[in-house]
Each structure stands twice: as structure tokens, then as C-alpha cells.
Write a protein that binds this ligand. Structure first.
Ligand code: FRU
Length: 520
């Protein structure tokens, strides 16, 4: 069942009225950006829009010292609506500057997700006076087409900027890729492929991936398909990304394909899977049998990586929400945030490749130094630590692989609990009592799990980032990751470890550090 169907029918009225609005829209219509980020639940070191609705990160590209973050944006409400590309820039991916809207809907449709490239060789001819154009490649979604019952309402368009993303000009011959009747054909990720001296586009088509090739970003030829009947198919495939990675500590190179699925994730709703395989310039192949999740949490969706990064670093940002309840979360002025920017690494455990993702190392510049300690907890005993504010903090420790529970709570007895069960290799997070949960049944109704069956050794490292309305858990430098939204209505101040095993539990290198705000 196509989510847009349901969502869009409800939004038809808004869409119609917005078509008239678009032609009149000016940046002055949009709330000014100067107010502090001090509202209830407001993330302090994650990106969130100043106001209104945001979903997927788009056009992630580094150019001339600037990390661009474009994003799916509806500036007139805190629910999904006719999509624009919002825009923010940063020098470190942590401190962001809000920019005017980059792309508005036009006669070809709303501006859905896509990517951006720096066309260094001016293959597109959009460059001028030696300036390499920044080219955005995105999906047009034509509401009138969808409403009329046809299947050809998603096409692909391009726009270019000669001032490093400040302003864009749409290509007058858009769309550059039409649609012959594929209902879900969207979210182009384009990258330069040096071996074939061409641009490659990864585009999703319902239940599979299509690859296209171009010499100039304007004419595209379809070159191959991948994935029908492969991997998780519990929802429509969305937001692909394809890139090469070196396997850590070896000379081996593999290609990684990231695919988001709108529903059918390991803990319900939206999630992001990946495939490790090979790409020969035309076809992507993978003999991976197991479904692999980039993040086991419910709130890391539509994530993709940056193009053109210094040192070819693979930097990832995801949207920290889930289509199951994204429209219902209890923030007032804005809705949703991005995950922390993360560095990807490919590692091999025996025959198995695993994609690690962990916060960019620059996050350390925001972390206040703190004391590290260790403790041993006897069976059925607990250890309590109190802090002033665990809602904006990093909690780190190394745990022995024994059954334990760690809970964060506040004076209202709201409680967020992490549970490790060694026999079943499960790490579970219980947010059912964590604060506001009743806005949506799916949000607060169950324990969320992560299958940690590749943890080697006697212990594992846990790093937890709390930011008022989110928790990101990284095990062993991103081997296993869980990202979840939470809405505690008071600060958590108590942290309690309970030893659920029948022998001593060692918690080593334990620390709680405050994380500075990037907005205040
Ligand atoms: C993913 C997605 C994309 C689409 C965009 C629309 O969350 O559904 O497939 O381009 O959001 O806002």
C-alpha cells in the first residue's frame, strides 16, 4: 500500500491551496531565524528546522568548505505538505546556519528527495566564468497526476547553483527523466564514477533499484536493475545511496547500497537496510542473504551520505523519525530533527561485512570533559548515579556481557530503560514509560530490540547521546546502532544499573558528560 496515497488524499485540499501560494511565496513569509532554540523537547546539538515540518535530508554535498544540508520541508505547517527543499549550511556539520528555501514546487510538481553534486568538469554546461556548478537532482511529484489515478506522476528534475547553493536555477527542459508508468520512481542519488567517467544515478522503483548513466546530468540512460525479491521488502524502497568503501584494515574494496523502506523495519515502521556487494560500472550485485539494518531503532530514516567530502570520508545523516508517527510527535513549533552526522566504516567479521556508523569525531568539541570511573555490581544489586541533567549528555561505559538493566528516570518517575539479555543476544530499549508517549499507540507500545549476535569478546562499549527528544545508542563504535525519539517531560536525573545476572557485573570507564548546545 502506497503511503502517499493515504497521506496525499488527506492533503489534497492543502496542496491545491498551496499551488496558488507557491507563486506568491517569498522568504519573508517564513518565520525569521533569530530566536533561541529553547522550546520544550528542542534538540540542542542536532539539526532541527527553526519552524515547521521537515523530513528527509537531501542534496548532501560538500563544496568549498561548506557542508550543505538540504531537506524535505513544508514551511507552512508542522505536518507534511507540498514539498520544498529547505537549506542549512555548516563548516563542521554540527553548527548550522539556516538559509532561505532552495527549491520551490513548480509546474512539474512538488520537490521530493534527491541529491546534489559538484560538476567540477562542467559536464552539464551550467558552469560560467570558471565556476563549477552545484547541481541538484530531485524528484518531481505531480499531485494532479496522482489524483487523476495515473502512475506516471513522479519524474526527475535538475537545478543548478553558481553561488554555492545560495540560489538555484531550474533547468528549462525539466524533467530530465520521464515516467512510463512506474508508480514510485524517486529519490535520485547521483555520484561521479571515475572509472567510466560518467555520472551514475541510483533511483528506486517500488520494490527495486534502477541505475542510470549520464555524461552531462541531462540525458540519462538506464543501465541496470537490482533487488526485486532481495532484502527487506516490507515497504516501498526509498532514498537509495550507492558508494564504494574500503574494508577497514585491508585493501579490499566493496560497494554498499543503502535503501530505506517505508514500513516493515525491525521494530515496526520505517527503517534503513543496506547491501554489501560489487558494482562494475553498470550493475550492482550482492550475494548477501541476511537482511542488514544500518540502525535498529525506529527513528533513523531516509539517510544518505555526502558527495565530494574531503578525504572521501563517508558521512551520513538520517531523518530522526518514523512515518508511523512522524506527524503526531508532541513538538509544537517544528517537527523532527536529523540524526547526528555519522561516519561510516565497513568492517569484516569472519565472512560477514558490517557497516558501522558512529558520530563524526568533531562531536568531541561539544563534549565537556568529565570524570571516568568503574564499579562492580553484585548479583541482584544495583548502582545509582545522579546527575543534574541527563537529557543533554553523553553516557559512556564498557559493560561485561552479562544480563543488566540501565534506566534513566526523573522525579515524575518517567523512565527509559536499556536491557541487555546475553542468552538471546538482545539489547532492548523500553520507552513505554519514558515521558509523553500517548500521542501514538505505535510509539509507546513495546520494547524495541537489536540483535547483537556478532558481538565478540567478553565486553562491549556503549556510547549514548541524549538530546532532549532523542537517544542514539552506539555499540562498539557503531557496529550496532539504535536511534529513538523520546519525549521526557522533565529532565532525567537518576541513572541506575541493575545486575540481572548471577555473577558480578563490571561497568568500566563509566562517564556522564554534558554536551554543549550548538544553538544557544
Ligand atoms: C522518504 C520519502 C521519499 C520522498 C519524500 C517525500 O521519507 O517518502 O521517498 O521523496 O519522503 O517527502
Amino acid at each position: 500500500m502506497n503511503r502517499y496515497h493515504t497521506l496525499h488524499i488527506a492533503l489534497i485540499f492543502m496542496v491545491l491551496s498551496s499551488c496558488t501560494q507557491n507563486s506568491k511565496t517569498k522568504d519573508s513569509d517564513i518565520a525569521p531565524f533569530e530566536k533561541p532554540y529553547d522550546e520544550q523537547y528542542r534538540p540542542q546539538y542536532h539539526f532541527s528546522p527553526f519552524s515547521a515540518w521537515m523530513n528527509d535530508p537531501n542534496g548532501l554535498v560538500y563544496n568549498d568548505g561548506v557542508y550543505h544540508l538540504f531537506y524535505q520541508y513544508y514551511p507552512y505547517a508542522t505536518v507534511w505538505g507540498p514539498m520544498h527543499w529547505g537549506h542549512a549550511t555548516s563548516n563542521d556539520m554540527l553548527h548550522w546556519q539556516h538559509k532561505p528555501i532552495a527549491l520551490y514546487p513548480d509546474e512539474n510538481g512538488l520537490i521530493f528527495s534527491g541529491s546534489a553534486v559538484v560538476d567540477k568538469n562542467n559536464t552539464s554546461g551550467f558552469g560560467k566564468d570558471g565556476i563549477a556548478p552545484l547541481v541538484a537532482i530531485y524528484t518531481y511529484h505531480l499531485m494532479e497526476g496522482e489524483k487523476s489515478g495515473s502512475n506516471d506522476f513522479q519524474t526527475q528534475g535538475i537545478a543548478y547553483s553558481l553561488d554555492n547553493g545560495e540560489t538555484f536555477t531550474k533547468y528549462e527542459e525539466n524533467p530530465v527523466i520521464g515516467n512510463e508508468g512506474i508508480r514510485d520512481l524517486r529519490d535520485p542519488k547521483v555520484f561521479w564514477h571515475d572509472d567510466t567517467k560518467s555520472w551514475i544515478m541510483a533511483l528506486v522503483a517500488g520494490d527495486h533499484l534502477k541505475l542510470y548513466r549520464s555524461k552531462n546530468l541531462k540525458q540519462w540512460d538506464i543501465i541496470s536493475d537490482f533487488g526485486e525479491d532481495q532484502g527487506a521488502q516490507g515497504g516501498v524502497w526509498e532514498c537509495p545511496d550507492l558508494f564504494e568503501m574500503q574494508v577497514e584494515g585491508t585493501d579490499e574494496k566493496k560497494w554498499v547500497l543503502i535503501i530505506s523502506i517505508g514500513s516493515g523495519g525491525p521494530n515496526g515502521g520505517s527503517a534503513t537496510q543496506y547491501f554489501v556487494g560489487d558494482f562494475d560500472g553498470t550493475t550492482f550485485t550482492s550475494n548477501q542473504e541476511k537482511i542488514k539494518w544500518l540502525d535498529w531503532g525506529t527513528d533513523n530514516y531516509a539517510g544518505v551520505t555526502y558527495n565530494n567530502t574531503p578525504d572521501n570520508e563517508r558521512l551520513f545523516i538520517g531523518w530522526m523519525s518514523n512515518w508511523q508517527y512522524a506527524l503526531k510527535t508532541p513538538t509544537k513549533k517544528w517537527r523532527s530533527a536529523m540524526t547526528l552526522p555519522r561516519t561510516l566504516q565497513l568492517k569484516k567479521y569472519g565472512d560477514e561485512y558490517m557497516l558501522h556508523n558512529s558520530p563524526v569525531s568533531k562531536i568531541d568539541t561539544l563534549i565537556q570533559p568529565s570524570e571516568t570511573k568503574g564499579f562492580t555490581i553484585e548479583p541482584n544489586e544495583s548502582q545509582k548515579v545522579t546527575a543534574q541533567n541527563l537529557n543533554q549528555a553523553k553516557i559512556a561505559f564498557t559493560a561485561t556481557k552479562k544480563d543488566f538493566k540501565m534506566s534513566l528516570s526523573n522525579k515524575k518517575d518517567e523512565r527509559l530503560t536499556l536491557i541487555y539479555d546475553d542468552a538471546s543476544d538482545l539489547l532492548m530499549l523500553d520507552r513505554t514509560q519514558s515521558g509523553a508517549t500517548s500521542f501514538n499507540y505505535e510509539f509507546g507500545n513495546k520494547l524495541h530490540h537489536m540483535v547483537t549476535d556478532q558481538l565478540k569478546g567478553e565486553d562491549f562499549k556503549v556510547e549514548i547521546y541524549m538530546d532532549w527528544s532523542s537517544i542514539e545508542i552506539f555499540i562498539n563504535d557503531g557496529q550496532y546502532v539504535m536511534t529513538q525519539q523520546i519525549f521526557p517531560t522533565e529532565v532525567y536525573t537518576d541513572l541506575v544499573f541493575e545486575n540481572l545476572s548471577d555473577s558480578n557485573l563490571d561497568i568500566r570507564e563509566f562517564s556522564i558528560s554534558t554536551i554543549k548546545s550548538v544553538w544557544q
